[in-house]
Design a binder for this molecule. Structure first.
Ligand code: ATP
Ligand code: MG
Length: 355
């Protein structure tokens, strides 16, 4: 396979505004791959957003704003096939078929599921009906497998938090092909081990749209400063012996919230700037105030062109809806081909009403 034939797929849930974790874990890679001229499918995962929903939310509004942010960041709907997951509903049909070869025990090992269980006060035995976790959340990896497999993706650029889900998709595809003695599903490549996982401003291991700990790409100067100033930096730095200047060496030894600030700085500022802060930290010097204002400056400089492009007159709901419609039409043929091949492999036969 030549590099130009490589198929890329990745999605983001419309659960809020895009943040720095989304950018450095996903969007930055989306743009690089797009510019290499590969066949890139980037979708807004509105079905996936429902796995953690407890009430009606205007997901379409989030979808439109997220796509305006995509465009503002440099994603180009004439180069990449940017679409909405629910506009290709045969993804749900493929998920149903894949669910038939996927054991519940396998899904119970999923990190998203396990994290949700861990947060339940009474564990999964709570409530009159027992396990209160929705079937859709347990089945999240099956739907994600369908997203990947339906377009015959080779590479799935995602942040480190999603690495396990891609591995599960590979397992599900291999099992399906083995069980039905078919090559209907193309097996994607695993996610590289060194994928980014940006911590939250609260020091949590992951910044997340749904976790109220994010720094957003559309945050204005006032909000940026407010969020960064609010980061907990009450513990003084303690001198670190033996570590190199490498952020990967030093950050794990910092209090998590300070590490979050420092990780951001290492992504945004030139090396000499963040290494200067590392050295100060290693010597046990106090510098948190300057660290925060320096970081805020870099964040504001990064956000300014994105905010401007987000608000540009041509980047509006109508233009987004137009390309969503056009691009969904580009995904549907390959998606139907995959589903039909799977239907045949299982034995229910091809659909009698689709072309
Ligand atoms: P939610 O909290 O609603 O799940 P999220 O911020 O986790 O939102 P997703 O839509 O689940 O975002 O994920 C979109 C992409 O962004 C995925 O590729 C995911 O790996 C990546 N991503 C999300 N958060 C981070 C993070 N903190 N560091 C690196 N990558 C991230
Ligand atoms: Mg997530």
């Amino acid at each position: 396979m030549s590099k130009q034939d490589e198929v890329i797929l990745s999605g983001i849930r419309p659960t809020g505004r895009l943040h720095y974790g989304n950018y450095f874990g996903a969007i930055q890679k989306f743009i690089v791959l797009q510019e290499q001229g590969l066949r890139c499918y980037y979708f807004i995962a509105d079905y996936h957003a429902l796995t953690t929903a407890s009430e009606r939310v205007d997901y379409f509004r989030y979808t439109l704003d997220m796509l305006r942010t995509y465009v503002a960041c440099g994603l180009d709907p004439s180069k990449s096939i940017i679409y909405r997951q629910s506009d290709v509903p045969c993804t749900a049909e493929l998920a149903l078929l894949l669910g038939m070869v996927t054991h519940v025990g396998f899904l119970e090992r999923g990190t998203t599921y396990k994290d949700t269980v861990a947060k339940l006060p009474g564990g999964t035995t709570r409530g009159p009906e027992g396990n209160p976790i929705p079937y859709g959340l347990l089945g999240y990896p099956v739907l994600m497998a369908a997203d990947i497999l339906i377009v015959r993706a080779d590479t799935v650029p995602v942040g480190d938090d999603q690495r396990q889900h891609v591995e599960m998709a590979i397992d599900i595809a291999e099992k399906f092909n083995r069980r039905f003695d078919t090559v209907a599903l193309k097996i994607p490549k695993p996610v590289v081990r060194n994928a980014v996982r940006l911590p939250g401003l609260d020091g949590a291991a992951k910044m997340g749209k749904s976790d109220n700990n994010d720094l957003g790409l559309l945050d204005d100067e006032k909000i940026v400063l407010k969020k960064i100033k609010a980061v907990q930096t009450t513990t003084d730095p303690t001198p670190i012996e033996g570590a190199s200047d490498d952020p990967d060496d030093v950050i794990p030894q910092m209090p998590p919230s300070v590490g979050a600030l420092y990780r951001l700085l290492s992504l945004l500022a030139p090396e000499e700037v963040y290494l200067d802060f590392t050295r100060k930290y290693r010597r046990g010097e106090k510098f948190y105030g300057v660290l925060k204002t320096t970081l805020a400056d870099y964040v504001n400089a990064f956000n300014a062109p994105i905010i401007e492009a987000f608000n540009a007159p041509g980047n509006n709901d109508e233009s987004i809806k137009e390309f969503l419609t056009e691009n969904a039409k580009k995904v549907t043929p390959v998606a139907l081909e995959t589903v039909e091949a799977c239907r045949e492999a299982i034995g229910i036969g091809r659909s009698l009403h689709r072309a």
